[in-house]
Design a protein around this ligand. Structure first.
Ligand SMILES: C[S@@+](CC[C@H](N)C(=O)[O-])C[C@H]1O[C@@H](n2cnc3c(N)ncnc32)[C@H](O)[C@@H]1O
Length: 335
């Protein structure tokens, strides 16, 4: 049987706390904010002033983007946990954390987390993030620390087992990004960078990836090697997808009818300790036909098309189960 696509839903306490927050505003105000924010984020230009500038904007951001960024961060961290099974972080710093999607996702993936800190420039996002966090079941999110501050490579580097930066690089001026990546990686046990799954988001990720390799960190995911990225620049981009359910309110906000949506993201995870890297990474939806599966893989040798047929027995069964974004060979075929 084929594995069904994993759906990463917000934890129940977060979803209901968010619904309550959104209920404070008229629907029309939220919709206006969503429209304004969506077109601003689509512009894909660095921000010269905070994009989240009013309480209703912040609530709208949390309502329409937090479920999606949560799903993307969750998918990335779950993959990192698979590749680094010994990693049991106790501390996390989420930089540019907005309303805190990444601390909720990390706490779900690693119950070992005891202390989560969010650094964010917008006071209103901190206030909302803190109110939401009070509803968390686990101690790391419920007792999280929220610091108002700017990303500043001249300040002491974030010092935590896990440092996350999700959907922020693109808001920073291009000339500062390398310094920010160096700063983020200076003391992090594991560093996670996530961007929208667009050509521009991938470009920022691949530049950060090359910088992290240069700095001597080990790549945990998605890259199965530390050689040059084989994706033909300008023609394709490495990205993945996370499925999330749409709540009723989310559906209204996004004026859609589907019960789910797919959030596309690009990412890189790097660590001070060597991970258990698979030989390859599946870069597209596997093509599943009767008796055969075709996989587009990134591997040390470059990009390959691998055909797995019934003759391959266990590998074939694993390929039937495989999804875009998974490592290959699957763990079940190498144990
Ligand atoms: C698109 S939101 C992402 C929020 C959150 N990380 C997530 O994944 O949902 C970008 C966040 O980065 C924050 N940010 C952007 N530039 C920043 C800076 N220079 N210093 C601190 N925070 C910054 C913004 O205020 C905003 O909350």
């Amino acid at each position: 049987m084929e594995r069904s696509v994993v759906v990463a839903a917000l934890p129940d306490p977060l979803r209901s706390a968010l619904d309550e927050e959104l209920g404070k505003y008229p629907q029309t105000r939220l919709t206006q904010s969503v429209e304004r924010l969506s077109s601003r984020y689509r512009e894909n230009n660095p921000a010269t002033a905070p994009i989240l500038s009013s309480e209703v904007d912040i609530a709208a951001y949390a309502g329409y983007r937090m479920p999606a960024t949560y799903a993307a961060v969750h998918a990335v961290l779950a993959e990192a946990a698979l590749r680094a099974p010994e990693f049991a972080p106790r501390t996390q710093i989420d930089v540019g954390g907005g309303t805190g999607a990444a601390i909720w996702a990390a706490a779900d993936v690693w119950p070992s987390l005891e202390k989560s800190t969010v650094v964010e420039q917008v006071a209103g996002a901190i206030a909302l993030g803190r109110r939401l966090a009070e509803h968390a079941g686990g101690p790391a999110v419920r007792g999280s620390t929220w610091q108002r501050g700017l990303i500043d490579p001249a300040a002491p580097a974030p010092d935590a087992d896990l440092v996350t930066l999700s959907y922020v690089l693109g808001e920073l001026p291009e000339a500062r990004r390398t310094d920010v990546v160096r700063w983020l990686s200076a003391k992090a046990g594991m560093l996670v960078l996530i961007e929208p799954g667009t050509p521009a988001g991938y470009e920022r990720i691949v530049q950060a990836r090359d910088e992290l390799v240069e700095l001597g960190l080990s790549l945990v995911a998605p890259c199965p090697h530390e050689g040059a990225c084989p994706i033909p620049r300008g023609k394709d981009w490495c990205h993945f997808s996370a499925r999330l359910p749409r709540t009723g309110l989310h559906r209204q906000l996004k004026a859609g009818t589907l019960g789910f949506e797919d959030e596309k993201f690009s990412y890189v995870v790097a660590s001070r300790t060597a991970p258990e890297r698979a030989d390859g990474r599946i870069l597209r939806h596997p093509l599943k036909r009767k008796g055969m599966v075709s996989l587009t893989l990134c591997a040390e040798a470059g990009l390959t098309e691998t055909i797995v047929t019934k003759r391959h027995g266990q590998a074939y069964r694993a390929a039937r189960d495989a999804e875009w974004g998974d490592a290959w060979p699957a763990q079940s075929t190498v144990d």
